[in-house]
Design a protein around this ligand. Sequence first.
Ligand code: SDX
Length: 391
Amino acid sequence: KTGYTTYDPGFGNTASCASAITFMDGEKGILRYRGIPIEDLAENATFIETAYLLINGHLPSPEELNRTRVLLNDFSMVHESMQIFFQNFPQGSHPMGILSGMIMALRSFYPDMGTEEDMNTHFLYLLSKVRTMAAMSYRLSRGEKVVYPRHDLSYCANFLNMMFDSPVHPYIVEEDLVRALNVFLILHADHEQNCSTSAVRVVGSSKAPLYASIAAGVSALWGPLHGGANQAVIEMLEKIHKEGATIDEVIRRAKDRKDPFRLMGFGHRVYKTYDPRAKIIKKMCDRILGKLKKEDPLLDIAKKLEEVALTDPYFVDHNLYPNVDFYSGIVLRAMRIPTNMFPVMFAIGRLPGWIAQWKESMEDPSQRISRPRQIYTGLPETRYHDIMDRK
Ligand code: SDX
């Protein structure tokens, strides 16, 4: 197939695999999904169009988009007994732990994974139900009644309605926030062979079910060095705001190699320049706060941090620039999404990318089980000796 070479079965840290899904240039800060620049998609597409593009390799025709919307609506409800599952998680369980468990549970309700048609159905089940489950877990965690999806709302408007609608404060769909959520999810939709996508491919390579691979992706994304960074950035900015630490103090700590503190939302394994997604989200912060006539002191702190860091020799020498997580939390706060749900929002965005990457590896005829090797650095051959001979 054009652009494909064999998937590297070694899958070591240095190894990677060929893919036709996402192009990244870390030096120039370029990101394209199926050849389309991220800036173009953020400006013009919806998240569902982008999900379709990633999974199917082309933008949907009007008929394909309409059919996708109908099926996403059909699949948007979640089996009622799933609520009992939520309610049995201890109070205060992290939403990412709940989400990973719930995705595994989803498979038990929809086990048939036979035909090609089935597989496309499962892709849309996941896209639609993961969004519903995220809102459901938020409501149940607050002791509130679950709000069901509505047939007359778009994918993103439905999510916000399921999160915030209430009998005493009926949710009014705000198009600016719906657009901001579409853009947020588009920017997170895929990112080549990152940590969580690698987890999805590795688990998929053993022919475990799709749901097990996606649950593994959620688990990997949870870490503060990866998808959990958006939550860590806001906690860092809130701490600075509350403690009144100076920007210089924060930058000094971030450079202190003895101090485990890092400037969260800065640095990237691939981008050695400004993350193109961060540029878009930073502009979106100003736009959405302006439209809502809101101020957020954390945005001012973030901008000051960026200004100082980008001129600091340590950050310049280490090619440390803002990444997608540095400003994304500000947008989610404007939408009233709670901080501990930020990684879940990243997971909802990344879901079509994980599905597309899983699908591509399943369709690769040379695909083998991932089996990296290790370089042995332990003891030379020795003998067992009896407990009585041990000190
Ligand atoms: C995501 O891979 C992807 O594509 C991920 C992602 C996606 O869409 O899937 O883009 C999403 O995960 C974005 C990254 C979110 N994480 C954070 O913002 C956490 C803070 N960033 C760092 O932890 C770090 O920059 C990483 C994890 C993002 C990248 O780590 P690397 O490439 O392994 O870099 P490193 O840990 O080897 O650090 C290299 C040097 C070190 O200094 P020295 O020991 O060489 O002196 O840079 C320093 C690090 O101390 N450094 C930082 C830093 N990041 C790296 N110093 C201060 N603050 C930072 N944020």
